[in-house]
Design a binder for this molecule. Structure first.
Ligand code: GLV
Ligand code: GLV
Length: 319
């Protein structure tokens, strides 16, 4: 079997060097996604392919995999871009990069929460483009410390976010999850139903994977349950929110604001959102720190090494 790796998008230099130390590789060095043709070629001729969340790895592509392909190593924690079942049925491992990106992603949720509550983007714009004068009722936003945050999805990232909110900002934490999280409960968090979470929370932060059951979990009906001064944050996957319904709710001030790092039809963004002041829009940078992106790369390499050594990869995912 060959041990060549294809990388759909160049990673950090130190990661590429480390990869070069364990195997031969080819990489798409262009400032664009790998084309379908390049992906087909990679699947036909390589032993492992390092993929990104915006590479669609569907059953049709997987059906064209050559006999050498042993591993699809997704550079990221979410793997909704990959038909894992189709891969596993062909005996191809799929891996992701959990844990190393948990802090960075939870921190991005805080970035959005603070930016929304304290009108950071609006304020920066005012300073750059006009003048300002302190006044008692000028640029008022919302308190954060001591208020209630509702976490939808109590996996690694949601839990990390909740613990920081409780410990760092003395927030009351509610969470909605299939399972009890002892970690979250250890900081006083309370597990509630979705409706109760939406009704009681000042901030709602989404930390769910995208699956058939989480798609459009938050739509017009759910937004209407939130408080009028509530703020919605999403750093997980765009399609968990009905983006048109959110734009409508923000325009009508059904809720006070939203902070988004992810979109329903990335990289497209619902045009109405771009016209609103009460939403902060980030370009899917949840894990985008120098340190985190390096650690993600090294985790990918450890998975490749394991598979090339004939072992199960440590970060294997299954459905
Ligand atoms: C980023 O969105 C990831 O899934 O790692
Ligand atoms: C605000 O700048 C204050 O001093 O209260």
């Amino acid at each position: 079997m060959n041990r060549k790796v294809y990388v759909t998008r160049a990673l950090h230099n130190s990661v590429m060097r480390a990869l070069g130390n364990i195997c031969e590789y080819d990489v798409n060095n262009e400032e664009r996604l790998a084309t379908h043709e390049e992906l087909v070629n990679a699947f036909k001729n390589y032993a492992a392919v390092i993929t990104m969340l915006n590479d669609p790895i569907d059953a049709e592509l997987i059906s064209q995999a050559g006999p050498d392909l042993k591993l699809i190593a997704n550079y990221g924690v979410g793997f909704n871009n990959i038909d894992v079942k189709a891969a596993n049925e062909k005996g191809i491992y799929v891996t992701n990069t959990p844990d190393v990106l948990t802090d960075a992603t939870a921190d991005t949720a805080f970035t959005l929460m603070f930016a929304c509550a304290r009108r950071v983007i609006e304020g920066d714009n005012i300073v750059r483009t006009s003048t300002f004068a302190w006044a008692p009722k000028y640029m008022l936003g919302y308190d954060i410390t001591g208020r209630t945050v509702g976490i939808i999805g109590a996996g690694r990232i949601g839990t990390n976010f909740g613990i920081k909110a409780a410990r760092g900002f003395n927030m009351k934490v509610l969470y909605y999850s299939r399972r009890t999280s002892l970690h979250l409960e250890s900081v006083g968090a309370q597990r509630v139903g979705l409706e109760e979470l939406l009704e009681r929370s000042d901030f709602v932060s989404i930390h769910l994977p995208l699956t058939d059951s989480t798609r459009h979990l938050i739509g017009a009906k759910e937004l209407a349950k939130m408080k009028p001064d509530g703020i919605l944050i999403n750093t997980s996957r765009g399609p968990v929110i009905d983006e048109k319904a959110l734009a409508d709710a923000l325009a009508r001030h059904v809720i006070a604001g939203a902070g988004l790092d992810v979109y329903e039809h990335e990289p497209d963004v619902e045009p109405a959102l771009k016209t609103l002041q009460n939403v902060v829009l980030l370009p899917h940078i949840g894990t985008a720190t120098f340190g985190t992106r390096k650690e993600m790369g090294f985790m990918v390499i450890r998975n490749i090494e394991a598979v090339f050594a004939g072992k199960e990869p440590p970060q294997m995912v299954r459905v």
